[in-house]
Ligand binder design. Sequence first.
Ligand SMILES: Cc1cc2nc3c(=O)[nH]c(=O)nc-3n(C[C@H](O)[C@H](O)[C@H](O)COP(=O)(O)O)c2cc1C
Length: 361
Amino acid sequence: MSMLFEPSSIGSLELPNRLIRSATAERMSDLDGRPEEPLAELYSELARGGIGLIITGHAFVHEGGRCHLRMTGIHRDDLMPALEMLTRAVHDENGLVVMQLNHGGRECASEAIPGLPVAPSPVPSSKGKERPQELNEDGIKDILGAFGDAAGRAQAAGFDGVQIHAAHGYLISQFNSPAANRRRDRWGSTPARRMGFLEEAAVSVRDRVGDQYPVLIKLGMEDYVRDGLTLKESVEIVRHLADWGIDALEISGGMGGTSVRKDVLRVEDEAYFLDAARQAREATDLPIILVGGMRSKQVMESILEEGSADFISMSRPLIRQPDLATRLREGQERSSCISCNRCWPPPGEYGIACRDPDREK
Ligand SMILES: Cc1cc2nc3c(=O)[nH]c(=O)nc-3n(C[C@H](O)[C@H](O)[C@H](O)COP(=O)(O)O)c2cc1C
């Protein structure tokens, strides 16, 4: 049997196969962040389609950390019934679901948050973007506590684990990045201090959920911007993850859209974070999940066989074919996703969908 369909575990969580749906912001929650019925239906469909584990789209842990409208919230207790609807939908189909926890920091759209966006330093992410407000010590403590509280809510709502979002230029990745973090206090100026925010967030989460609950991380291994986080520095972060209570590491990279590379059409373009996974493998015994342009069974299997990753995760291919895991098991060799990045709706439209005009019906 292909290794892709062998069971394996992440901490106390037993997955039936090695295929994971990577976090994908669905934009299917209401304007308070409350998930709506179509999101539960999407998760049912993914679970029915044979994926070993679903990771939800990023959910905001604090009202000042909402990245965009219609993002799912996990920042308030009154969202619990709607969150429970999601876990029920997955469990009714014998699936597993982990909630991704996020704070957008300087990437938050102004219409999505009450005040100014916050960040480690008042550095906009790109020209023309709003200048964020530098977080003070109280603000930092507040957000660290919010990560723990959100993890507690996810656990109580029946999620099978949580994933801390430490990639793609959001708040934790901003603290990790020398390009975004110019602080001179205990939270910046050296690699050890910059990763202190992630450490405290992980500890806040672990303290809240107890020893046995699965806590994953999605880590940006390299920023690909001037003065950004380098692979050498992120490998140092990887060395600490097990001590901070993390159970599995998903490898990603890039600030913003650079994590979602276009036109992955040839085998050589696939697995675009494989080098980072190989280096992380040298630095940790934690299970490694690899995302980024995973498209063909041949590439996925060779990576599992070489041992650079233990699980394969995908986002866009599962927008196109939610039952891709079953299709691969039954003989399809490759995802039909062409990585055209037409997964996002035009402004004003609802949800995510494959909008490749040539998509087979
Ligand atoms: C529509 C869309 C929404 C995404 N939302 C998230 C998200 O909420 N959290 C996250 O960590 N990554 C998010 N990503 C990135 C994916 O998880 C993944 O890392 C990236 O798309 C590369 O994998 P792929 O080639 O399988 O699509 C998103 C990607 C897409 C296309």
